[in-house]
Design a protein around this ligand. Sequence first.
Ligand SMILES: C[S@@+](CC[C@H](N)C(=O)[O-])C[C@H]1O[C@@H](n2cnc3c(N)ncnc32)[C@H](O)[C@@H]1O
Length: 233
Amino acid sequence: MAELTISEDKMGRIGWNSKTYKKFDDERAGEYLAIANEVFAPIYPVIARQILDRCRVSEGLCIDVGCGPANLSIALARITSLDFCAMDFSPHILELGRENIIREDLAERVTTVAGDVHRMPFADGVASLIISRGSMRFWRNRPAAFREMRRVLEPGGRGYVGGGLGSRELADAINEEMIRRGADWKNKPTPRVRKKDTAEWREIMEKAGFAKYEVIRDDSGSWICFEKEGESP
Ligand SMILES: C[S@@+](CC[C@H](N)C(=O)[O-])C[C@H]1O[C@@H](n2cnc3c(N)ncnc32)[C@H](O)[C@@H]1O
């Protein structure tokens, strides 16, 4: 993975909140790349395996929404035959994602695409699977975003969206490392089943028109696993 390119004082300015990400510019994209490639690196193969076990989609097109430097697409590509559109609204982070993809020799299967989840640059029904990790908290209109994902999914297509660090052990190690690096790590994940959050999820999914979905809150994080109605082609 990439060498450390980020100084510890820069890490101190990284907060995992929507204000920070409003300006996901060149510099911030580089900061996130360093975290994804160095600190978060072990979570992506674990989450990729969870996606495969829970969604059971291993071929067709997968769209990775808010892909960042494409680490999750890369990890899922390693264990499936899926092709990927790794989509993000930040051109800076996509450029870095492209470097990760080329370094991993996956340029033929993983393409980077600029796009906003609220208006995705894809035709109706093209995706067998939509994945997204750590991006939803920045979306300004979640029901609209899920409606858009429903449009882009093929009948019977699946989705896996949420956030988390894969396991309790990984979360503990990463929390420790982020604090050691002096990051503003206020929102460290503490997956718990909270009735209020589950009710919010349900409202979003119903507004978006999904009838089949499961809310997962466990040591893997906080996720929603969903399916578009209809038979797979
Ligand atoms: C915390 S990063 C997560 C990156 C990656 N999924 C990962 O797990 O490492 C959040 C990403 O979501 C992207 N993002 C936020 N809002 C978005 C939107 N409305 N449409 C597309 N991408 C968005 C940001 O540019 C950023 O790259």
